[in-house]
Design a protein around this ligand. Structure first.
Ligand code: KIV
Ligand code: ZN
Length: 527
């Protein structure tokens, strides 16, 4: 059975999602989890876009052999010398480096954005592939906006770039315009017109503007594509990219249709989805296929009756296959540190350093005092918080509030501010608002709350509450999360975490180049 390569672009195209701000440490954590998940290629970023992007690609490349020696690390580069040299430098430490270079091929992009004739575009593409090839063996060429390009022109540029040494040819539906049958036919036609494509990997890269990203990618596979580009939870520019977990589970569940397998450890899918959601602040809708909270929930009596009699009546894949063993009681308040470490290992966290395990164990004990049962989901949520922890310039000691119908909400917050114990009280529109005012007084930082989301981890009345906030301080935007059995306390923790991230210089500033913005800006100046 032929294997389809999974090319994950969560850290590049996914990071271009509006409002997403990942710092280097978060990117490294996601990359590590992607390697554990078993993706074939991690597109780590766009090194020329900014110093931060360069540095995170460099660090991910340098660490790439540790988690999975077979994983390829790719860096994006426009078809320009500077971009390619920068990508090559960032990828130097990778065990398996790939330069991914691209140029637009649709009439509208060539004319309006690049102001280049088709022949000049082919020339640039060939030069770019040859230059990339002088640094690495593994070179991918993408025809941006292939979905709206002339198929005959695509055939010409692909034949030329394969001859120049490209080892993967990518056919992006950049604006999510195509239907599955058109996309499948495009790939088939390219194989007919350019038989040399059989000697390289042909890749799909579909955006979701009309909701076809996954269907188009799978139509491409049916037509002979051997690589799929996708992101965790389908995040990405505008409506996003094809969702990795949906592609993988479709190939897995319907082997009878596609006849392919992947390298993906499907049991890592749920955890990866949670990690990306938590770090990007992009909440997964409950009805999202495979990883949404309701994806395996049976609500109607008829369905419940069916699954009790035979699970296959209403389930085409099992929750366990995608790593959803939520609700399993892992440990209790009498468990010791050694047993705790063992259960972390069982959940896949074998390499956490001792100081992080110590801190987690303390949090776990606190949780045991507040919850009747601690599940694997709770432990995962604690570990995810631990991996994004930053130095505590501000430390929340306690929150108290009074609120109710006809009562002006008032909150008292105690904190350690740079080591000094302080207390403040404030009123607000509600308990969270009052607490946020008190925290602002204590820290002297005034933020604009851009988004506030709340979800429960697990089920039942004593489920953990997870609050995710995005806030702006002057020109910087930061996302953070707080976890507690009490949602008001979780709200306070999330806000304090935002302050700590700001104090640590994290977040994205208005002046920082954004990958997508800089692509357009540089190409516009060249046009
Ligand atoms: O959507 C697109 O065309 C891209 C390319 C850079 C591959 O992301
Ligand atoms: Zn894209």
């Amino acid at each position: 059975m032929a294997r389809i390569k999974i090319f994950d672009t969560t850290l590049r195209d996914g990071e271009q999602s509006p409002g997403v701000t990942l710092n280097n440490r978060e990117k490294r954590e996601i990359a590590r989890q992607l390697a554990r998940l078993g993706v074939d290629v991690i597109e780590a970023g766009f090194p020329v876009a900014s110093e931060g992007d360069f540095e995170s690609v460099r660090q991910i490349a340098a660490a790439s052999g540790e988690e999975n020696p077979n994983v390829v690390v790719a860096g994006l580069a426009r078809a320009h010398r500077g971009d390619i040299e920068r990508a090559a430098a960032a990828l130097e430490g990778a065990t398996k480096p790939r330069i991914h270079t691209f140029i637009a091929t649709s009439p509208i992009h060539m004319d309006k954005k690049l102001a280049l004739e088709p022949a000049q575009v082919v020339e640039r593409a060939v030069e770019a592939v040859k230059l990339a090839k002088s640094f690495v063996d593994d070179v991918e060429f993408s025809a941006e906006d292939a979905g709206r390009s002339d198929p005959a022109f695509l055939a010409e540029i692909f034949a030329a770039t394969v001859a120049a040494g490209a080892t993967t040819i990518n056919v992006p539906d950049t604006v999510g315009y195509m239907t599955p049958w058109e996309y499948g036919r495009l790939i088939e036609g390219l194989f007919e017109a350019v038989p040399q494509l059989r000697d390289v990997d042909v890749s799909t890269h579909c955006h979701d503007d009309l909701g076809f990203a996954v269907a188009n990618s799978l139509a491409g596979v049916k037509a002979g594509a051997t690589q799929v580009e996708c992101t965790i939870n389908g995040i990405g520019e505008r409506a996003g990219n094809a969702s990795l977990e949906e592609i993988v589970m479709a190939l897995e569940t319907r082997k009878d249709v596609w006849g392919h397998e992947t390298n993906i450890q499907t049991r890592e899918l749920y955890r990866t989805s949670r990690l990306v959601s938590m770090m990007t602040g992009m909440v997964v809708p409950p009805n999202k296929a495979v990883v949404g909270d309701n994806a395996f929930a049976h609500e109607s009596g008829i369905h419940q009756d069916g699954v009790i009699k035979a699970i296959e009546t209403y389930e085409i894949m099992s929750a366990e296959t995608v790593g959803r063993d939520a609700g399993v009681l892992v440990m209790g308040k009498h468990s010791g540190r050694r047993a705790f470490r063992k259960s972390l290992e069982d959940l896949g966290y074998a390499t956490l350093p001792d100081d992080e395990v110590d801190h987690l164990f303390k949090e776990f004990k606190d949780l045991c005092d507040r919850k009747t049962s601690v599940t694997s989901d709770d432990i995962r949520a604690l570990v995810d918080s631990e991996t994004t922890r930053v130095p505590e310039t501000f430390k929340l000691t306690s929150v108290q509030f009074q609120s109710g119908t006809g009562v002006t909400p008032v909150a008292t917050v105690r904190m350690e501010v740079r080591g000094e114990a302080l207390e403040e009280a404030a009123v607000g529109d509600g308990p969270v608002d009052a607490i946020y005012h008190a925290i602002e007084r204590l820290t002297g930082m005034h933020l604009r709350l851009e988004s506030y989301e709340i979800r429960s981890v697990g089920h039942g009345k004593d489920a953990l509450g997870e609050v995710s906030v995005r806030a702006r301080h002057e020109d910087r935007v930061v996302h953070a999360r707080g976890l507690s059995t009490d949602v008001v306390e979780a709200s306070a923790k999330a806000y304090v975490e935002v302050m700590n991230k700001l104090a640590a210089g994290l977040g994205r500033g208005a002046g920082d180049p954004h990958p997508s913005a800089s692509v357009d800006a540089v190409e516009a100046t060249q046009a």
